[in-house]
Design a protein around this ligand. Structure first.
Ligand SMILES: C[S@@+](CC[C@H](N)C(=O)[O-])C[C@H]1O[C@@H](n2cnc3c(N)ncnc32)[C@H](O)[C@@H]1O
Length: 218
């Protein structure tokens, strides 16, 4: 773990996690990032989650708790922050859910493979530049089963043309190291995803990029 990658995880205490769903998934997603949680992000999460699923950057576990996944879905939670892992594990409340405290910027120990890996609102928390954070696509592709899918959503940088509310949040969060996304662009992520996967689909909703990548190039 580096000092800069720690900053993007350090803010998630039991106190901030208690406010997270209302502030981030409610108010900010609708009014700053213009990408509503229930209408856009939750259906995208549900549509791409497979039987053996790895969620990276778990926050409060909102998506896993609300996606109405089949009972036999096996979930692994990975996060740098133990408070996030504990909050999500408790909220999901599924026997057999595993937790792994780990920095996504380094390869996952072991050789376990998953049918799906989700990166929801993780990339914009990782320190820039984009090339450094997008390197995780090249390591995570090795954690996918044949036929597996890597998918996620991330708030784009200044280039997205944020509204006044968004610009204020971007300024504060980037200054504190909670975000590291000033230079994040759709084209940049697309180029990195295409370098590692044959099948890449991207969708833009408001200031958020939703991506899905399959068929790793190994
Ligand atoms: C903005 S929250 C996203 C929560 C959830 N996925 C959502 O979309 O609501 C970011 C999460 O990523 C975790 N995180 C940040 N940097 C990380 C890193 N380098 N490695 C692993 N997890 C990290 C934080 O601890 C936090 O739980």
């Amino acid at each position: 773990m580096t000092d800069s990658s720690a900053a993007g995880a350090a803010v998630y205490s039991p106190f901030t996690l208690a406010l997270y769903d209302a502030w981030v998934l409610g108010i900010s997603n609708r009014y700053a990032w213009r990408c509503p949680t229930k209408e856009v992000l939750l259906p995208f999460f549900r549509a791409n989650t497979g039987l053996r699923h790895l969620d990276i950057g778990v926050g409060t576990g909102y998506y896993l708790a609300n996606a109405q996944l089949p009972a036999d879905t096996q979930i692994t939670l990975l996060d740098l922050n133990p408070s996030s892992l504990e909050a999500a594990r408790r909220r999901i409340d599924r026997p057999g859910t595993r937790t792994l405290q780990h920095d996504v910027m380094t390869p996952i120990p072991g050789d376990e493979l998953f049918d799906s890996i989700s990166l929801f609102y993780l990339l914009h928390c990782l320190p820039g530049p984009l090339d450094a954070k997008a390197a995780i696509f090249g390591t995570l592709k090795h954690n996918l089963q044949p036929g597996g899918v890597l998918f996620g959503a991330t708030i784009l940088g200044d280039e997205a043309g944020h509204n006044g509310f968004g610009r204020k949040l971007m300024a504060v969060y980037n200054k504190k190291g909670i975000f590291g996304n000033r230079g994040d662009t759709q084209l940049g992520f697309e180029a990195h995803l295409r370098q590692h996967f044959r099948d890449v689909t991207l969708k833009r909703e408001g200031k958020v990029l939703l991506f899905r990548a399959a068929q790793p190039i190994v």
